[in-house]
Design a protein around this ligand. Sequence first.
Ligand SMILES: *Cc1c(COP(=O)(O)O)cnc(C)c1O
Length: 362
Amino acid sequence: MTLTLSALAQRHVMSQPVYEPGKPIEYVARELGLDPAGIIKLASNENPLGASPKAIRAVRAALKDSQLYPDGGCVRLREKLAAKLGLPPEQVAIGNGSNELLELLGHVFLGAGDEAVMGRPAFIVYKLVTLLFGATPIEVPLEEHRHDLKAMAAAVTPRTKLVFLACPNNPSGTVNSADAIVEFVRSLPDHVALVYDAAYAAYVENPPDLRPLIAEGRKVICLRTFSKIYGLAGFRVGYGYASAEMVALLNRVRQPFNVNAAGQEAAIAALDDEAFVSRSRRINAAGLKQLTKGFDRLGLETVPSAGNFLLVRVGDGDAVFQKLQRAGVIVRPVKGYGLPEWVRVTVGTKAQNERLLAVMAG
Ligand SMILES: *Cc1c(COP(=O)(O)O)cnc(C)c1O
């Protein structure tokens, strides 16, 4: 046997960069001999308030039917979201996290010779998905930590199939104005679809509404998730709304039971828990202020964020990440995003933020 398995793999599989997720609490506890109960994770923009209690109750009730396959069409969840959005259910797609929808978009649109335009830095999954399908990522540097929409429009070529735009962006937390985004979408040529990632839109006061653009026939899909403000990251449920044609294309490439039953129930119940969402939004706004002020007092620059996380310039990002981790606070180094001097911290509860700031000060 002289051939390795890797030699048999598709070329773009071998060039696929490895995604480094925020470290799970259990890993860090084991690595450093710490008590997991004393560790706080401010690395993956999860909701520090936990999940909606209504969602948890709904999941408990659903567990007794675990022998059954889930509803492959996510009918109840799609109907509920559609009613909330004022769209027909045919214009709503559900994914195993919005990450799955990003991958499905790759399946539908990207192949060798195609290009996808994205910011740098932007959510790393855009690049991973583009490379996975043998297409070429065209990364357009941010301008003062914000998407440079003029430069992104200029980066579109006849080979461009997709443009990825997150608002707020991750890891920078910045937003572009609604007017600028609408103008950008209108400027895109007919052979390009916009993937508008609104994972953090629920934290924004008046997020841009792209439904009118979808209604006028623009090629736009808006992605949302239950992982962030709804506190359901563990269940992996995300959704997209777009034209019925776009949703039908995504349905062609997804697996029949892509969203599990517990996740569907959790998401349906979470949509009824407006109080939980409002409280999450309030606590996040207060926490952002607390952290921004705290870092300012420590003489550390932050990027004004509209999301539930904050980029902080700490000098040596890896060293500060290690120091915080030894103290039981997990944050996110962003060297992989080309920001070696920064770390990204999730906004926690008041007490968690205080602890983060105290360790940073020490
Ligand atoms: C967290 C995040 C998502 C959500 O991913 P899920 O797969 O739904 O958990 C999507 N886009 C961005 C930019 C994110 O930061």
